[in-house]
Design a binder for this molecule. Structure first.
Ligand code: FMN
Length: 213
């Protein structure tokens, strides 16, 4: 266990853990994480989610190639030209960029990935579908955190969706919504950097600050 038990403190310090040790994660822990995933709310309780657990180094490497291409061609140049987001600084943003680059190079070395998927058949994925799978993803991150495991919610493989899903060997109609690389963290959990509530919260009218935040 990580030692923290206060849920608010856990959420406050639940930053992306991009540097992971290659040590295997026991199946028993992966099972606990998956169990937490299926406790999540989902539309009509249809539970159309499916979770592909990937440990095979060849499959992970085949996906990492596309993940890295997306970094080199799209994500890294975007970081280089962007201002730090709310709650961050130039220095912190540079560190984030470095950590994102590190995870890119070592993506396939995470001992286990959980890939939340939905079998859409012939229908088109929409916001409702996402809303029925990301709560499960967040539950799984919380569970990993509670077990002292590191994680990052990643979706960059979707920039090369067809290629990545082919590398994941997903059957037709099945789509992935994220890849959660999970392993024992090299560093420590730490505070997330966010703007202040007043940057984001309105009351009654769009743009009207809520006086109590
Ligand atoms: C939809 C979504 C997609 C993300 N994709 C990636 C990704 O592909 N690679 C990555 O390193 N981090 C990814 N992240 C993690 C964010 O970069 C991270 O949450 C954000 O920078 C804030 O950092 P923190 O969670 O450590 O506070 C993603 C997060 C979300 C919610």
């Amino acid at each position: 266990m990580s030692g923290d038990t206060d849920l608010f403190e856990i959420m406050r310090t639940m930053r992306a853990m991009r540097r992971l040790k290659p040590d295997p994660v026991p199946d028993e822990l992966i099972r606990k994480i998956l169990e937490a995933g299926i406790y999540a709310p989902n539309g009509s309780n249809a539970q159309s989610w499916r979770f592909l657990v990937v440990k095979d180094p060849e499959i992970k490497k085949a996906v990492q190639v596309h993940y890295k291409r997306a970094y080199d061609e799209i994500v890294s140049p975007r970081y280089a030209g962007a201002a730090p987001p709310p709650g961050s600084t130039e220095e912190k943003y540079t560190r984030q960029h470095t950590a994102v680059g590190y995870l890119t190079d070592h993506f396939h070395e995470a001992p286990v990935w959980i890939v939340p998927c939905i079998d859409h058949g012939d229908s088109t994925p929409n916001r409702h579908s996402g809303a029925s799978i990301y709560p499960a993803a967040q539950n799984m991150l919380l569970a990993a955190r509670a077990l002292g495991l590191g994680y990052t919610l990643t979706t960059r493989h979707l920039l090369f969706e067809k290629e990545s899903e082919a590398a994941l060997r997903l059957p037709p109609g099945v789509h992935s919504y994220a890849i959660l690389p999970i392993g024992y963290p090299m560093g420590r959990f730490g505070p997330v950097g966010r703007g202040s509530l007043s940057d984001f919260v309105y009351e009654d009218s769009w743009g009207q600050p809520a006086p109590w935040v």
